[in-house]
Design a protein. Structure first.
Length: 278
């Protein structure tokens, strides 16, 4: 009986692995081959469906029309004047009313959000362009779609471990818990890798749009200050430490401009006092 359950668990694991690795799509912007189950239209639909709920969880949209226009204008400049313009996604940029949370995020297919809590700490357009360019990098990198496929793989492997150890209830629970822990750590590593890639793409997109990429280094300082001394260790976080991200960004800038950042790139307009309150 135990051997039969073990064989069934191995079969489930094999099917999960074959299903995952047989799904291959090449990303035309990053050039990498990704394991993704959904197509672009499904990504766009998922993002549009999720956007209202995500906005509501952070206080809804910022009611200030000038703020919305600022975020939309800078975001669209980053998209329209960079390689992101050639992608099939529907980019929309929104400011959220939450004044406490320091965050920005993107949904699959194009919706991008930034909280008032982060926006109020930025000083100029280039810093905002760096934040939004990073989030556009998540969309272009198809990071959510890739994470969903990896999550489905993890669920299959967890199920396989549970079946294989199910002849002894406590043993089966331990097997499933261990598999879940391993799957979680895989997901966390992937999350940090996606953040690193988005930082690199953010440098690329904002410079193509004419913004000085060194503004992203200042954004990392802002994020580091906002994290505070009690921040969760990097190893257990889905986001890399701002200090380590700074090194990634500095390296991306140096690779793009080995002779130094040209003088024609701009920091853009400074924000009004409301958004320069550091």
């Amino acid at each position: 009986m135990r051997r039969g359950r073990l064989l069934l668990g191995l079969l489930i694991a094999a099917i999960s692995l074959i299903s995952y690795y047989s799904l291959q799509q090449q990303n035309p912007v990053t050039g990498e081959t990704q394991h993704i189950a959904m197509d672009v239209d499904q990504e766009v639909a998922l993002g549009l469906e999720s956007a209202p709920q995500m906005a509501q969880e952070m206080g809804g949209l910022d009611p200030d029309e000038n703020t919305q226009q600022l975020v939309q204008r800078v975001g669209q400049r980053v998209v329209q004047q960079s390689e992101a313009h050639g992608t099939p996604y529907r980019y929309h940029f929104y400011a959220l009313a939450d004044p406490q949370t320091v965050n920005a995020f993107a949904l699959p297919g194009g919706p991008v959000f930034i909280t008032r809590g982060l926006l109020s700490r930025l000083e100029n357009e280039a810093e905002l362009a760096g934040v939004l360019g990073h989030e556009v990098g998540h969309v272009v990198g198809r990071h959510t779609a890739a994470a969903i496929a990896k999550s489905q793989l993890a669920q299959g492997l967890i199920g396989a471990a549970g079946v294989a150890g199910s002849d002894d209830q406590s043993g089966g629970q331990r097997s499933a818990q261990m598999a879940a822990l391993v799957a979680q750590m895989v997901q966390l590593r992937y999350g940090r890798g996606a953040e690193t890639q988005s930082d690199t793409l953010g440098v690329r997109f904002m410079t193509e749009a004419g913004y000085d990429p060194r503004a992203m280094l200042e954004v990392m300082r802002i994020l580091s200050e906002a994290s505070g001394p009690g921040r969760e260790p990097e190893f257990m976080s889905t986001h890399p430490d701002p200090g380590n991200r700074r090194e990634v960004i500095q390296g991306a800038i140096e690779r793009r401009y080995p002779n130094g950042v040209p003088g024609n790139l701009t920091l853009g307009e400074r924000f009004e006092t409301t958004y320069g309150s550091r």
